[in-house]
Design a protein around this ligand. Structure first.
Ligand code: ZN
Length: 371
């Protein structure tokens, strides 16, 4: 079995792992990111990769980086990274110079979505949208088993889709963006506003927040809701409701088989997903006469970026230590897991067969449409 290294480069940490063909992490390392210096960040990436290569050297066939920022369509240059000093930074070239090996660069959310579709909550599905509900909303799109990156590499920013004309002011400068109504920030704003307006109804929230509305944050709201506190449950109803309505709008455009909800707020599980699913089914155009996409919580947690970056690199990098693929099939194309796994090696072929046999697969969706 071949191995690949995946590196998840965020604004605060560089996490990397050795990943096998089944998406299992065999070894893992974490360093803080010297985010202010592009050169030192690249050195930190090269250092963790070098350390992981030791001991696995001859079995590692690919190295992938999932980085937090806008990756250009050639997947070589970081155009912009909100939390790192990269501006038009030729990341691929710089890291390859330090390592003397090919690396594959991808946006970190795309890497996570890829991992969820290959090995996690959306395993077996070919049309998947990952919606990460954290401070704001991020997203990634997989269509027909391939990542959809857009012409310039920047597709998948539905957090700034306007859901309320002239609504709440957003950090992007527009008003009424979806993430102003459905995100960690929106959840906290909802709870604080309620506690200010109706303190007698928000006693548990205020107690957990140290007596002040400003002391209430995400973990307190989740704790109160888990205890059954009606005010906290109402906040999840509101934010989950906006989430479901937004997903219905996305289904109107993309018609995916499965939405995977990730990000910090998704850790609340059914508290968020139940109202989202109810609102989705109420808002979906043609409801009652079409199959409903699944809405599932992400399964791979913080490891998704590592697993996805490694697997994408494996799919993209031509095999170095394994037998070459047959001349007629050619090298696997970038990001085409369903197509490329069927032309690589018996091990991944078995994985594909497993996916097909999985009751979660698109075959089920096809059956559902005929009901
Ligand atoms: Zn916005």
């Amino acid at each position: 079995m071949t191995l690949a290294i995946g590196v998840d480069v965020g604004g605060t940490k560089v996490a990397a792992g050795v990943v096998d063909e089944e998406g299992r992490i065999l070894a893992k390392l974490k360093r803080s990111t010297p985010a202010a210096s592009p050169a030192r960040t690249e050195q930190a990436i090269a250092d963790v990769v070098t350390e992981l290569l030791t001991g696995h050297q001859d079995r590692i066939t690919a190295i992938g980086l999932g980085a937090a920022g806008f990756v250009d369509s050639a997947r070589a240059t970081m155009l912009f990274a909100p939390n790192l000093a990269w501006r038009d930074e030729p990341l691929k070239q710089r890291v390859e110079e330090r390592l003397g090996r090919e690396v594959v660069v991808e946006n970190d959310a795309n890497a996570s979505a890829w991992a969820e579709a290959r090995f996690g909550a959306a395993r077996g599905h070919r049309d998947v949208m990952l919606v990460a509900v954290g401070t704001g909303i991020g997203a990634s799109i997989i269509i027909g088993g391939e990542l959809y990156r857009g012409r310039w590499g920047i597709a998948g920013e539905p957090g700034h889709f306007r859901v309320v004309p002239d609504g709440r002011l957003c950090g992007c400068g527009n008003r009424g963006c979806w993430e102003q109504y459905s995100s960690g920030n929106a959840l906290v704003a909802e709870a604080r506003e309620f506690a200010r307006r109706t303190p007698e109804g928000a006693m548990r929230l205020l107690q957990l927040g140290g007596g002040r509305p400003e002391g209430i944050s995400g973990p307190e709201i989740t704790q109160a809701a888990t205890e059954g506190d009606p005010a906290a449950l109402r906040c999840f109803q509101t934010v989950g409701g906006w989430l479901g309505q937004g997903l219905a709008d996305l289904a109107a455009i993309l018609d995916p088989a499965c939405f995977v909800v990730g990000g910090g707020v998704s850790e609340a599980g059914d508290l968020l997903i139940d109202p989202a699913r109810a609102a989705f089914e109420r808002a979906l155009t043609g409801r009652g006469h079409r199959p409903y996409a699944e809405i599932k919580v992400a399964q791979l947690g913080q490891d998704a970026g590592i697993v996805g970056a490694a697997d994408l690199a494996r799919q993209t990098t031509a095999p170095q230590t394994t037998a070459p693929s047959s001349p007629s099939s050619g090298p696997p194309g970038p990001g085409a897991f369903m197509r490329s796994t069927s032309t690589t090696n018996p091990a991944t072929k078995a994985a594909t067969a497993q996916n097909t046999a999985n009751p979660d697969s698109d075959q089920c969706a096809a059956v559902a449409t005929t009901r």
